[in-house]
Design a binder for this molecule. Structure first.
Ligand code: NAD
Ligand code: UDP
Length: 345
């Protein structure tokens, strides 16, 4: 069955013309932690479209009610205000554990809560998975590679992480979460999936999220200076949200024997200055590029090796940076027009 691309005015799911969403033959009860966040809200919408019941648990620390409000009128959608640092008891078949702030300024604002969310939150969700025999997917991150000395990053690389720097609450928290996932699999036979996500962007990022794509677009639309940290020669690989969510669902549906951590990201690699120039060109902005100090421990380079995902999931990203940026610019432009203002970034 083919679905309309827009099942709700605010929930455009895909920019891929040829993407067809299948109604699931076996609808499930699915818990999405962090479901009111950027990635989580896209995932909840897609799972609902596929006919699943979705329970979204979020403490709204960085997530927004407006991200999931259009889903509230669907019978299959349930929203729970819950901090996963505390145990949760809901009977489910699958868990996507996405709860955790992802933007450096946000996860560094309360680093102890970030570590607790990664470690205690994962522990609580793994206990829940064990109790109900549910399959569980962990949103891990390319940050577990730290400032990588192997390029592009392959899953077998152990990483280069500062254990006590400003990023360590997140990097080490996510590394500990991976360790917990593998130990629950080994000792309690929990069915696990671990996805290492590389920088992902798209509609419904917060304008004040603080990550580079949203910052640059908001600055360009407002005609403000584009703040490049350092000399802008550091690189990142940017994946459009639809591609990533497609990878999540494929991974969750993969054979139980696939437990290895798996990179999902777009292998196209850009310097931060190149990104700034693209955003200026696509928005037609008169903003100027200015330099700001490089944050401590900012990784020099990032690019995923996605051969494992290609081989095991038949997955590769389809949305080029220009198309994804255009779509994201449209989203922020609409926000700006609605509110006539965007917050400072
Ligand atoms: P986000 O900040 O938009 O979403 C995180 C969500 O988790 C928010 O809704 C927030 O309110 C919620 N949350 C945070 N702590 C919580 C807690 N203790 N209990 C319950 N809810 C909590 O970030 P995002 O970009 O959507 O990222 C989602 C997940 O993907 C995160 O785990 C992040 O580490 C991971 N990830 C994202 C990226 C990316 O580029 N977007 C890259 C790597 C990893
Ligand atoms: N960055 C930048 N200007 C900004 C925000 C970020 O130059 O306004 C840089 C940041 O220093 C990093 C890159 O862009 O080198 C990606 O930053 P982001 O916070 O998006 O993600 P992460 O560092 O976690 O990959």
């Amino acid at each position: 069955m083919e679905y309309p691309r827009n099942f709700d005015g605010n929930f455009e799911i895909s920019v891929c013309e040829d993407k067809v969403f299948q109604q699931s033959e076996s609808p499930k009860r699915v818990l999405v932690t962090g479901g009111a966040g950027f990635l989580g809200s896209h995932l909840c919408a897609l799972l609902l479209k596929a006919g699943h019941q979705v329970i979204c648990a979020d403490n709204f620390s960085t997530g927004l009610r407006r991200n999931v409000e259009p889903l509230m009128r669907y019978d299959g959608f349930h929203l729970i205000a819950h901090d996963i640092v505390e145990p949760l008891d809901v009977e489910v078949d699958e868990i996507y554990n996405l709860a955790c702030p992802a933007s450096p300024p946000h996860y560094q604002a309360d680093p102890i809560q970030t570590t607790k969310t990664c470690v205690l939150g994962s522990l609580n969700m793994l206990e829940l998975a064990a109790r109900y025999d549910a399959r569980i997917l962990q949103a891990s991150t390319s940050e577990i590679y730290g400032d990588p000395q192997v390029h592009p990053q392959v899953e077998s690389y152990w990483g280069n992480v500062n254990p006590f720097g400003p990023r360590s609450c997140y990097d080490e928290g996510k590394r500990c979460a991976e360790s917990l996932f593998f130990d629950f699999h080994k000792t309690r036979q929990v069915e696990i999936k671990v996805v290492r996500i590389f920088n992902t962007y798209g509609p419904r990022m917060r304008p004040d999220d603080g990550r580079v794509v949203s910052n640059f677009i908001v600055q360009a639309l407002k005609g403000e200076d584009i703040t490049v940290y350092g000399d802008g020669s550091q690189t990142r690989s940017f994946c459009f949200v639809d591609d990533l969510i497609d990878g999540f669902v494929r991974l969750m549906a993969s054979p139980a024997s696939l437990t290895a951590p798996i990179n999902l990201g777009n292998p196209g690699e850009f310097t931060i200055v190149e990104l700034a120039e693209q955003v200026i060109e696509l928005t037609g902005s008169r903003s100027k590029i200015v330099q700001r100090p490089l944050p401590v421990d900012d990784p020099r380079q990032r690019r995923p090796d996605i051969s494992l995902a290609e081989r095991e999931l038949g997955w590769r990203p389809r949305v080029e940076l220009t198309a994804g940026l255009m779509h994201t610019i449209d989203h922020f432009d609409a926000l700006l027009t609605q509110s006539n203002t965007l917050p400072e970034v």
